[in-house]
Ligand binder design. Structure first.
Ligand SMILES: *[C@@H]1O[C@H](CO)[C@@H](O)[C@H](O)[C@H]1NC(C)=O
Ligand SMILES: *[C@@H]1O[C@H](CO)[C@@H](O)[C@H](O)[C@H]1NC(C)=O
Ligand SMILES: *[C@@H]1O[C@H](CO)[C@@H](O)[C@H](O)[C@H]1NC(C)=O
Length: 249
């Protein structure tokens, strides 16, 4: 008798727990009641500092800092490899605008950030006019990097029939903002003086330099951020992210 009753109670408990009585979204997620830019910007801005720390229980890795184990940057006549990189600063990004059209499966996010990338590099070949053969510590600072990400979303049911957001595709545009500062030690193994001179030259021409070799790093960062958001969408149901009925699909 008793074991039977307790097993019934247990099943009932399990039933309720598995049918949405427990919230998966962390408390810092404050769902909007509508998709006005005003509400979404505020909710997103408030969530960023916590979200970027990562949510290990939900399988969502940290974004601030995040690491770049190794990244080769293929350039004409120059082979740059960046490794043991640590990118920080996302926690302080400022959200400028958000457009969300649930029916059209469109989500547009605009923000700007100051980011710091620290790591090691090696470079062999030519940059601009200079032959380079260097390796050492690298530190790159971006001031007010501006970005706009257009995400085509989708809706998917998980194996329990619960609705989730998904990412169908995305594209982005950005500009390097106010300034990019390079601190690349040891550009020329042979000569400290030449290293300093060329580094000063690179900084004077930061925009050209960033445009020549920055894109792979930015691509990597955006892709990682999108994958992280996808993991979050897989873990947390639609109904816990926005209090607007899901469009038919
Ligand atoms: C949504 O509406 C509820 C009930 O009116 C309110 O308590 C909550 O603060 C609203 N959410 C936001 C993000 O404004
Ligand atoms: C959207 O929700 C916010 C906060 O709940 C509210 O202040 C605002 O008036 C709403 N906007 C629209 C267009 O309903
Ligand atoms: C980035 O740094 C600059 C200069 O230190 C500062 O004026 C700006 O407000 C910062 N931007 C962000 C998004 O924190």
């Amino acid at each position: 008798m008793r074991p039977f009753i307790s097993s019934v109670i247990l099943s009932v408990l399990i039933f309720y727990v598995r049918n949405g009585e427990t919230k998966l979204a962390p408390d810092f997620i404050r769902p909007c009641n509508n998709t006005s830019s005003e509400c979404l910007v505020k909710a997103t801005q408030d969530a960023i500092p916590e979200f970027v720390k990562g949510l290990p229980d939900l399988g969502v890795p940290p974004l601030d800092p995040f690491t770049i184990d190794k990244l080769s940057i293929p350039l004409n006549g120059l082979k740059v490899t960046f490794y043991k990189g640590k990118v920080s600063g996302f926690r302080k990004c400022i959200v400028d605008n958000i457009i969300s059209e649930l029916e059209n499966r469109l989500f547009v996010l605009q923000f700007h950030c100051n980011l710091t990338i620290k790591g090691r590099y090696d470079a062999v070949g030519k940059i601009l006019l200079f032959p380079i053969n260097g390796e050492g510590d690298a530190k790159i600072k971006l001031t007010n990097l501006r970005m706009k990400v257009d995400i085509n979303t989708k809706y998917v049911k998980d194996k329990n029939g619960v609705d989730h957001f998904g990412v169908k595709s995305y594209k982005y545009t950005f500009d390097y903002g106010d300034k990019v500062t390079f601190d690349l030690q040891n550009l020329f193994k042979e000569s400290k003086q030449l290293s300093d001179t060329v580094l000063a030259f690179l900084n004077d021409n930061w925009k050209t330099v960033a445009e020549e070799f920055g894109k792979p790093i930015v691509d990597y960062a955006v892709d990682l951020a999108i994958r992280t958001i996808e993991k979050f969408f897989v873990a947390v149901p639609y109904s816990e992210l926005v209090y607007v009925p899901i469009p038919k699909y």
